[in-house]
Design a protein around this ligand. Structure first.
Ligand code: NAP
Ligand code: HSE
Length: 431
């Protein structure tokens, strides 16, 4: 049996998963790849840290050069996270003709081009399946199995932490902070969970998916982003009344020759399968012009699901000729230039929750502002939950233009009888 030596950069949640899989599924991996995969070195920050997996002391190092200068190490697996030193380490490893596997969406979304170019230049393989949707084979799905299609729409629940939080809020009425803590303990959250709850993580993942789906380089800053921190139990309650669920949805779709790109909490009908994706599960719904509707589903975070995607990438490299001089199937994602639709020009239905003074005529003032701005109402709920002379009203609009909705909200917020606009959530018709 031939042997291939690899190194891990990082032994946190994902690194641990990779270690466990390569040990527990050694036999299967050997038979499937034709190679014995040996982890020769693991780079960490703190050598003395207590680990939840038993790893021989002699392979743990804090010196990156021990990996870089070891010519017997053919594949380097980056599972440290962050921009630097991860990017610099990968570039230097490729200079030494080492193949790369990474789970780092922040890096691929922000500096993928530079890394892919280096892989091209050096004739090495570069795989990043684990960077989006954990264990779901979505990158290979789009890059390999769906190349026959023009992709028209992509809707994704691509962050496990926020889906875990929203699920617990919806199903158990749980408190946001308590559930975030649980998600961190389970190894779903990023080192800085702001990335999850403020939707930066989902924004990176959408940039990666959309660039592959639409064959065009997507600048992360061109993606509208809104996190889940404003969602309250009461919004969940109203969503349920409307037979909808609230999900952090990553949306990419063709709109009159432009692409619409946005990540935000979204109300979706309970009839659509995406609304029933719970826990740390992720799902990506794609509409291709040949294949029609397609949905990928699986665990979006955690040591073993993510490790599964990382080890799959290692096997891909081994099978494609780990020892070959020039083996480089990096997929080009800049085939066309696509214009991005400005957020002001999108159309959506909206849920608006406001606290108003309980006095006659408030509602008519609000509806007249909406009418003046061409925003038509589908329903209005006024709840008798009176508190300090205030009541809650919930408006649901028909499909309307984002700019006109924003203009209306600005005017409504200025009314003396409107105490607060508590929340605005877009409603997506997923058909
Ligand atoms: P993590 O638990 O924080 O682990 C990071 C590891 O990298 C630790 O072992 C740490 O060493 C090491 N490390 C960090 N900076 C280093 C440096 N400068 N030099 C040497 N070692 C360094 O992170 P994770 O959750 O495994 O995530 C790793 C990557 O996978 C990130 O890009 C993340 O976005 C991505 N990802 C994570 C998941 C998930 O479910 N967690 C899923 C998909 C993708 P010490 O242990 O000594 O501190
Ligand atoms: N923090 C990420 C999530 C890890 O919760 O989805 C998987 O990319």
């Amino acid at each position: 049996m031939k042997k291939v030596k690899i190194a891990l950069l990082g032994l946190g949640n994902v690194g641990r998963g990779v270690w466990m899989i390569l040990n527990s599924n050694k036999e299967e991996i050997m038979k499937r790849s034709g190679y014995e995969v040996e982890i020769a070195k693991i780079l960490v920050r703190d050598k003395n840290k207590k680990r939840s997996v038993e790893v021989p002391d002699e392979i743990i190092t804090t010196d990156f050069d021990e990996i870089l200068e070891d010519d017997s190490i053919k594949i380097v697996v980056e599972v440290m996270g962050g921009m630097e030193p991860s990017k610099g380490y990968m570039l230097r490893c490729m200079d030494k003709k080492k193949h790369i596997v990474t789970a780092n969406k922040m890096l691929i979304a922000n500096a993928g081009d530079e890394l892919f170019e280096k892989a091209d230049e050096m004739g090495v393989m570069f795989q990043y399946e684990a960077s989006v949707a954990g264990g779901i084979p979505i990158i290979k799905g789009i890059n390999e199995s769906l190349t026959a299609n023009k992709i028209e729409k992509l809707y994704g629940i691509v962050n496990g932490t926020t889906n875990y939080i929203l699920s617990k809020m919806e199903l158990e009425g749980a408190d946001f902070d308590d559930v975030l803590k649980e998600a961190q303990e389970k190894g779903y959250a990023e080192a800085d969970p702001t990335s999850d709850i403020e939707a930066f993580d989902a924004q990176y993942k959408l940039a990666i998916l959309a660039s592959l789906a639409f064959g065009s380089k997507i600048d992360v800053d061109n993606i509208y982003r809104e996190g889940i921190t404003k969602i309250e139990a009461v919004d969940m309650k109203y969503a349920k009344e409307f037979k909808m669920g609230i999900k952090l949805l990553a949306i990419a779709k063709e709109n009159n020759g432009k692409i619409e790109l946005r990540v935000h909490p979204t109300m979706i009908s309970k009839k659509h399968p995406l609304s029933n994706i719970y826990d740390s599960f992720n799902a990506v719904f794609i509409k291709g012009n040949a294949v029609g509707d397609l949905m990928f589903y699986g665990r979006g975070a955690g040591d073993l699901p993510t490790g599964s995607a990382v080890v799959g990438d290692i096997v891909t490299i081994v099978r494609n000729g780990v020892d070959a001089e020039n083996s480089n199937p990096v997929v080009k994602n800049n085939l066309w230039k696509r214009e991005i639709l400005s957020m002001e020009d999108i159309e959506s239905k909206y849920y608006v929750r406001a606290t108003v003074v309980d006095e006659p005529g408030v509602l008519s003032k609000i509806t007249s502002i909406l009418g003046k701005n061409n925003v038509s109402l589908r329903s209005v709920i006024q709840k008798g939950d009176e508190e300090n002379g205030n009541v809650t009203i919930v408006l649901v609009t028909h499909k309307t233009n984002e700019k006109e909705l924003n203009n209306s909200i600005k005017e409504i917020a200025e009314l003396k009888s409107v105490y607060k606009i508590n929340n605005i959530i877009r409603i997506e018709d997923l058909e």
